[in-house]
Design a binder for this molecule. Structure first.
Ligand SMILES: Cc1ncc(COP(=O)(O)O)c(C=O)c1O
Length: 382
């Protein structure tokens, strides 16, 4: 079995650890450990136990009207501005096709599916270095304005918060860039982990807590009407722990979707995924619990990793932590698997990072404690 390009490949980890995939403690996929929400499981069970389970016995509505209305209501846009997809991954494929004949400016390191989608569409990439010098806490993009000439051939792809660094670009950093490109695609697959992501989102349970101080969502969704050249891609995979259902959506001016509809399969989102979205978005309790867990889990993991001699974690804003190890990260990954059945993500699929980095998804505090003590044990015995 080849080394995986993505996190979450338990079968690969289990083959090295010599155990079953279920026995692996997975820190590699950056999924919410509190999910999937019980409300989603109930809604799915109910839909499947109906006398006629129409979610699977009928074709989905190819227009996905109800699903689009549900997503549109949550993010306060018109349903015509929503385009649903079989995970964000499918939407990246159409975004790449949409860039044909132009050059895509892409901050690097970058999520591996961008290269796949762009290469499949025959689109040239212009890499933008997006990684700080060691020890520098901040890093930015395109400090100088670009010449107006050439705009029609330029497309910008951003990922916010950025995988794998967790760096959150602020709206004020992104908005001036938008008019400088013919089109802009912003992948916000991890944005729902930040408070204030949707307009009707309730305040945190304890409004006086440190949660109030945390950076808030920097989603561009409310700015799309003013920037019809820009598309936001979102996923329900990470926040709601639904990678197997495959559900994502894009928000943007309906003109984009007139083009994209000609390319895609008419039923790319299955009926069960549509049921899950309605239940997931209605589950305010799950959202609150997740937003309360996340900052504590991040602080816990960051301080635990910082305490390991020579380990240098980046303080990102997503539900994962990128950490530079003093030696080979792949050796540590292998020891964690063989000795502790713990799977963390190496960063070999991000060539700019080399082999010193691990990306570790946040989990519950006891699970993180298990990981940290496994790391300490490995370091003591090496
Ligand atoms: C930045 C980013 N975008 C998109 C995706 C894909 O999400 P989905 O499961 O919705 O296809 C991932 C998955 O790892 C990701 O890291």
């Amino acid at each position: 079995m080849g080394r995986p390009r993505h996190g979450g490949n338990r079968a690969w980890g289990a083959a090295i650890a010599g155990c079953s995939p279920e026995e692996i403690l997975d820190f590699s996929a950056s999924l919410n450990p509190l999910g999937p929400p019980a409300s989603v499981l109930q809604a799915l069970a109910q839909a499947l136990s109906a006398a006629e389970p129409v979610v699977i016995s009928r074709y989905p509505d190819p227009d996905y009207r109800d699903l689009r209305i549900c997503l549109a209501n949550h993010w306060a846009v018109e349903p015509e501005w929503i385009f649903v997809g079989n995970g964000a991954a499918e939407l990246l494929t159409w975004a790449a096709r949409d860039a044909q004949g132009r050059e895509v400016w892409l901050p690097q390191p970058a999520f591996g599916e961008y290269a796949r989608a762009l290469a499949a569409a025959g689109v040239t990439v212009k890499p933008l270095p997006f990684f700080p010098a060691q020890g520098s806490p901040d890093f930015g993009l395109l400090q100088e304005p670009l010449p107006a000439a050439g705009k029609s051939s330029r497309v910008l792809w951003l990922n916010n918060p950025h995988n794998p660094t967790g760096r959150l670009l602020l709206q004020q950093e992104i908005l001036p860039l938008l008019p400088q490109f013919e089109r802009v695609v912003v992948d916000e697959a991890f944005m729902d982990f930040l408070p204030g992501d949707a307009p009707q989102e309730l305040p945190p349970l304890d409004a006086g807590s440190e949660l109030g101080e945390l950076p808030r969502s920097q989603t561009l969704i409310p700015h799309l009407a003013a920037h019809p050249n820009t598309i936001v891609i979102r996923s329900l995979t990470k926040f709601f722990t639904l990678p197997g259902l495959r559900i994502g959506f894009a928000v943007g001016h309906p003109d984009h979707w007139r083009r994209w509809r000609q390319w895609r399969d008419p039923w790319s989102v299955n009926g069960l995924a549509a049921v899950a979205v309605a239940a997931a978005l209605a589950d305010e309790n799950f959202r609150r619990r997740t937003l309360a867990w996340l900052p504590t889990a991040r602080e816990h993991l960051l301080s635990g990793l910082q305490a390991l001699p020579g380990w240098d974690p980046w303080p990102g804003q997503a539900n994962f932590v990128l950490v530079r190890c003093p030696g080979s990260a792949t050796q540590i990954q292998e020891k964690l698997l063989r000795q502790h059945r713990i799977l963390v993500r190496d960063c070999l699929s991000f060539p700019e990072l080399g082999e010193r980095y691990l990306r570790i998804g946040l989990r519950t505090l006891p699970e993180q404690e298990q990981l940290l003590s496994a790391c300490r044990e490995i370091l003591e015995n090496s």
